[in-house]
Design a protein around this ligand. Structure first.
Ligand code: BES
Ligand code: ZN
Length: 613
């Protein structure tokens, strides 16, 4: 071969290698080999069996073949697979499948023979009652007491416990679903929910925008609907639907404000589903239908930053998605930033800064508790379960990073950047490396001396916070601190104008050597033990544990038995586990509470209460 021919062949080979080099690292939390064969569309057909606590049915995938592989790799966790079929000449024909070894956090790969040409594959399966992504509640565990309830929580890697699926956020799919329930119950999904009050027991859904598997969601219960506006409604059990519609009445204005800042809302309707109190999160941004804890229905709209947060995910997360769970900060950091911008737009700077300051304190607490390596934004997860390293780091450190950029480049310029970012990456999943390239090109290089790439790398790849990180300080909180000092010396507190935020700052910053008399004095004057605000009660109960303040014990028990939101109960168990007597008491309460807790809350609480056995 002449030298020039060899050279050009070599060039072509190098080029091919470059082309085929994955732009992003593989997802260490999925068995799916999406670069070989992927599944751009799914049809679900499921029956909800409350007696057996199982979903049963089948899932059908359209196949997109990217090479000559004859096998499809799916993720499963504790699923019972009955049969796999291929659509050949318009007939469903059985095909072979095998399953891999069980990995404690990743589950089990399912490998289906798809031959060289089939365009569709169908898998018949059922779930187990302990599926990590589902919670089944008995009628007694609901507010209405008459009907059972079930719901999913797929993020981060639990979709595979109720659907055999390519469970990586790097892949998007559209879906249709048919869901059969007992008559009288309503099924809703992260899709086009109907506002009709008929309850025939068979429901059809379609989600025409491609979404990652972790956003596939379902809930079934005795639900009613109340509309807030043309494009926003609340689904909930009847006891809370009117209160929730009042609490979240600002949602339409939040949508408008976010559209003005970051471009159009791309998902048609935005509805809210209020879950039972055992819902393990504050909220979950399931597209078109955010899942919301009832513990934020406080009666005074003080905790609605949660709605701003879940809504913000319609841009940061659902539109532009983290490619792997190592990149979670791309979802949560951006969302915390956007959430706070929405709160500022609707309620002004003072409230927004108070919320920043509360988040900053939570971040400092988490950083003090975590090993340094887990305080890095682009976290090294290995194959650890993402749930095991959940913390405020991707949220608040990520938010502070964006606040830092905003501060350096100015709000106007940074808003233009973000708006373009959401448009450029709409309906894509991106890695931290991709974001860094984009940031350099679209922002840093345009004003070269403002922020260096070294600084960006420090934010993204180093533990802790950079020395010049923003430090949110709230004037209102400084006044709270001044009052606290006077009060500790015997003065009076003037709390009439205090918001929930000021109360939280006050309680969280009381000196840990506060006297028993002062605890009692506070409680008598302000009824903190009886506070019906879930966040204030949480802060007070945590302090009560540290101070062994006995009058709060019964309330603490009741709180732990009635709420299952991980963020509200786990810190209390963590505190209780610190002394032998409290640990013993906590285990008793937990054993009683356990049946009502979601699998996630169970896992976290057990790791705190039974860690050293
Ligand atoms: N998407 C998250 C919940 C989540 C994150 C589930 C990672 C599983 C893995 C949701 O948007 C969220 O962040 N909820 C927060 C809201 C808060 C920061 C306002 C919550 O539940 O506390
Ligand atoms: Zn979030």
């Amino acid at each position: 071969m002449p030298l020039s021919k060899m050279f050009s062949t070599l060039c072509v080979m190098v080029w091919l290698v470059v082309l085929n080099t994955p732009v992003q690292a593989e997802d260490a939390h999925s068995y799916a080999r999406i670069k070989q064969v992927s599944t751009p569309h799914m049809e679900l057909d499921l029956t909800v069996d409350f007696d057996d606590r199982k979903l049963r049915g089948h899932v059908t995938y359209k196949l997109a073949r990217h090479d000559t592989s004859t096998q499809l790799y799916l993720d499963t966790n504790e699923l019972v697979i009955h049969k796999a079929e291929l659509l050949i000449d318009e007939q469903w024909q059985p095909t072979k499948f095998t399953m891999g070894d069980i990995h404690p956090s990743l589950g089990r790969e399912l490998i289906v023979d798809i031959g060289p040409s089939a365009a569709q594959v169908r898998i018949h399966y059922e779930t187990v009652p302990t599926a990590s992504g589902l919670q089944w509640l008995t009628p007694e565990q609901t507010a209405g007491k008459e009907h059972p309830f079930m719901f999913s929580q797929s993020q981060p890697i639990h979709a595979r416990s109720w659907i055999p699926i390519q469970d990586s956020p790097a892949l998007r799919l559209t879906y249709n679903a048919t869901i059969r329930t007992p008559e009288g119950l309503l099924a809703v999904m992260s899709a086009n929910n109907s506002l009709s009050d008929e309850r025939p027991g068979e429901y059809h859904f379609s989600m025409p925008q491609p979404i990652p598997a972790y956003l596939i969601a379902i809930a079934v219960g005795d639900l009613v609907v109340q509309e807030i506006s043309d494009n926003v409604a609340v689904f909930a059990e009847r006891y809370i639907v009117a209160d929730a519609a009042w609490e979240f009445a600002d949602t339409p204005a939040m949508i408008t404000a976010t559209e003005e800042m970051y471009g159009p809302y791309r998902w048609d309707r935005y509805d809210l589903l209020i879950l039972p109190p055992s819902f393990p999160f504050g909220g979950m941004e399931n597209p078109r239908l955010s899942f919301i804890t009832p513990t934020v229905v406080a009666g005074d709209r003080s905790l609605i930053n949660l709605i701003a947060h879940e809504l913000a995910h319609s841009w940061s997360g659902n539109l532009v998605t983290n490619a792997s769970w190592r990149d979670l900060w791309i979802n949560e950091g951006f969302t915390s930033y956007v959430e706070n911008r929405i709160m500022e737009a609707l309620f002004g700077r003072e409230r927004a800064v108070m919320e920043q300051a509360l988040g900053y304190q939570d971040l400092r607490d988490d950083m003090a508790r975590l090993p340094a390596k887990d305080t890095v934004l682009n976290i090294e997860l290995g194959r650890r379960h993402p749930d095991d390293v959940f913390s405020q780091v991707p949220y608040v450190k990520g938010q502070l990073f964006l606040m830092y950029l905003e501060e350096k480049f100015g709000r106007e310029e940074f808003d233009v950047f973000l708006r373009k970012y959401f448009a450029d990456f709409a309906f894509q999943s991106i890695s931290t490396e991709q974001f860094k390239h984009y940031l350099k090109r679209e922002l840093l290089d345009k004003k070269p001396l403002l922020v260096s790439m070294d600084k960006v790398n420090e934010w993204i790849h180093q533990p802790g916070l950079p020395d010049d990180a923003p430090r949110p300080t709230s004037d209102a909180f400084i006044k709270v601190e001044q009052q606290m000092q006077r009060w500790l010396k015997g003065g009076q507190l003037a709390t009439d104008a205090w918001t929930t935020h000021e109360w939280l700052h006050f309680i969280n910053n009381l000196p840990l050597d506060i006297s028993a008399q002062n605890m009692a004095r506070l409680d008598q004057e302000f009824q903190l033990t009886q506070s019906q605000n879930s966040e204030i009660a949480h802060a007070w109960l945590k302090l009560s544990i540290i101070k062994n303040y006995e009058p709060a014990r019964e309330r603490l028990r009741e709180y732990l038995l009635s709420i299952g939101r991980n963020k509200l109960v786990s810190p209390l168990y963590r505190e209780l586990a610190k002394t032998p007597d409290n640990l013993k008491w906590a285990r008793q309460v937990y054993e009683q509470a356990k049946a009502g807790y979601h699998p996630l809350t169970q896992t976290v609480a057990e790791s705190l209460l039974y860690a050293n056995q």
